[in-house]
Ligand binder design. Structure first.
Ligand SMILES: Nc1ncnc2c1ncn2[C@@H]1O[C@H](COP(=O)(O)OP(=O)(O)OP(=O)(O)O)[C@@H](O)[C@H]1O
Ligand SMILES: [Mg+2]
Length: 123
């Protein structure tokens, strides 16, 4: 198998790709050419010092922020994410820490916040 074929096989399994993402806030470069490839079944950790841009990258992936430059792909297809709903529809969702959860509803309802639950769908 050639190296090119191996690369194609790997790309075909790409669930999510962020390519050359740039994001500035009032002259502060939060992201300068950030890249992330996530393949089906992979778990990644974003590590970096305070202010490194971890949260900003997650917010770009989940439609909270629009990047100044760069592109996203989902399953090797171009992905336009303009809103949090766009990201949700593409299956890209952030689950935040306990400071952002609603304590009076279940874990499942917190995860599905804003969506109809299976019970509401009659399933
Ligand atoms: N909404 C915003 N307005 C202005 N500047 C911002 C905004 N969000 C992030 N920044 C700046 O962008 C840079 C990256 O911040 P970000 O929150 O992405 O870093 P982080 O890696 O998540 O940091 P931490 O480890 O503290 O959570 C920082 O300089 C931060 O001050
Ligand atoms: Mg952060």
């Amino acid at each position: 198998m050639s190296a090119v074929m191996v690369q194609e096989d790997q790309d075909s399994l790409l669930a999510l790709r962020a390519h050359d993402i740039h994001k500035h806030f009032d002259g502060v470069a939060a992201l300068s050419g950030a890249r992330l490839d996530v393949r089906e079944g992979e778990i990644h950790a974003l590590l970096g010092e305070n202010g490194a841009g971890k949260s900003t990258l997650i917010k770009v992936l989940t439609g909270v922020h629009q990047p100044d430059q760069g592109s996203l792909e989902r399953d090797a297809e171009p992905l336009e994410i303009r809103t949090v709903r766009d990201a949700q529809r593409a299956g890209v969702v952030a689950l935040y820490q306990e400071t952002s959860i609603i304590p009076t509803i279940s874990v499942a309802e917190n995860i599905l916040l804003g969506e109809r639950t299976p019970a509401q769908e009659g399933l």
